[in-house]
Write a protein that binds this ligand. Structure first.
Ligand code: DAH
Length: 358
């Protein structure tokens, strides 16, 4: 029998396979979407695949080398197959992302067509906070802040509110589930920042401390569970109640205008003695009396008083030498007054029909 002529050199065929493999991988890598990938599918399998075409040449090589070359070819086919499928998954994800992509410029354009001006603006509470800071800075105060997650000591103990003190009920507190139970909390007022300031700086101190506060309150027309306060603290020598009353009157008329005044009424806070609540002229009826102010002509805004010696003791300030006053009030409430909003929750609902009025 005549011996069959073996025309192919195994090394040549291996080189050939590698070249075809690299070309095929490059073609797959250049596909930018699933449609393009579909058009190159015949390269991967089927009779038009150049790698599969090379299989027919295996019979032309010497039987001893055939097995080795066959393995190179099978590996190459596997590699192409894997790369093709991986690329398919990548492109599918990409087309999903493209599908879900939101074009914000289109959103703004549609707002423009509805409202005339779709550009963003600062939230009214942010604006009010900035205005308050400006007023107090003009009076010689600095602006400071502190952490929103606090320890029980700063939020309560150092402010003369020990555990089991009935006044703790004034602040329905969110506790964080860390460390020992009821030791870390979301601050219920900005007063803990006073404590931090007094522990950090030597008097004299003239500072305001705005920030977010958190209480387990059910939101209603006059309360939010997450709200903003601004705290004020003055520590110096020979400070008296008149300085406190004058400061509050000054900020009230600077913020609301000359027709709105402040008055103080006796109250109780563990960290001030004496303590007062301060009220301002009702902005809705200008003091004549209306439903919002229960016909009194006044609206309660915040608390204040002369810093209690117990607080000075907790922070290590000598109350024989220094004294001072503190106050705190809700910024959201102030905004509600300024714009005569009947429901404070409107400030958190991001309803553009309301927000665009500011
Ligand atoms: N922290 C008080 C509250 O949230 C408000 C307050 C009252 C702050 C008296 C003060 C103060 O600094 O002296 O109800």
């Amino acid at each position: 029998m005549q011996e069959k002529e073996l025309s192919d050199n195994p090394m040549d065929l291996i080189k050939n396979i590698e070249t075809v493999l690299n070309d095929t991988l490059e073609i797959i890598s250049k596909c930018f979407n699933e449609e393009e990938l579909k058009t190159v599918a015949p390269l991967v399998a089927g009779k038009h695949s150049p790698l599969i075409a090379l299989r027919s040449r295996l019979k032309d090589i010497e039987p001893n080398a055939r097995k080795e070359v066959g393995k190179v070819l099978t590996d190459a086919l596997e590699k192409v197959n894997e790369t093709f499928h991986a690329k398919g998954q990548e492109l599918a994800l990409l087309s999903e992302l493209n599908y879900e992509k939101v074009d914000l410029t289109q959103y703004v354009a549609s707002l423009n067509s509805i409202y005339g001006n779709g550009l963003g603006a600062l939230h009214p509470v942010t604006v009010a906070q900035g205005e308050l800071e400006d007023i107090f800075v003009a009076m010689g105060f600095s602006v400071m802040d502190g952490p929103e997650a606090e320890t029980d000591w700063y939020n309560f103990e150092a402010l003369n509110i020990p555990k089991d003190h009935p006044a703790r009920g004034m602040w329905d507190t969110f506790y964080l589930n860390t460390a020992q139970p009821e030791t870390i909390l979301m601050r219920a007022h900005t007063s803990p920042v006073q404590v931090r300031v007094m522990k950090t700086y030597e008097p004299p101190i003239y500072t305001v401390m705005p920030g977010r506060c958190f209480r387990r309150d059910t939101p209603d027309a006059r309360h939010l569970a997450i709200f903003h306060q601004i705290e004020g603290l003055v520590i110096d020598k020979d400070i008296n109640f008149g300085h406190l009353a004058g400061t509050i009157e000054k900020f009230t008329s600077s913020y609301f205008g000359p027709n709105i005044h402040a008055r103080l009424r006796p109250a109780y806070f563990p960290f001030t003695e004496p303590s007062a609540e301060f009220e301002i002229t009702c902005t809705i009826c200008s003091g004549d009396g209306c439903r919002t102010c229960s016909n009194t002509g006044w609206i309660e805004l915040g608390g204040c008083g002369m810093v209690d010696p117990e607080v000075f003791k907790a922070v290590g300030i000598d109350s024989e030498v220094w004294n001072g006053f503190a106050f705190g009030f809700g910024i959201d409430r102030l905004v509600q007054m300024k714009y005569s909003l009947s429901d404070m929750r409107d400030l958190t609902e991001n309803d553009l029909r309301i927000m665009l009025q500011f």
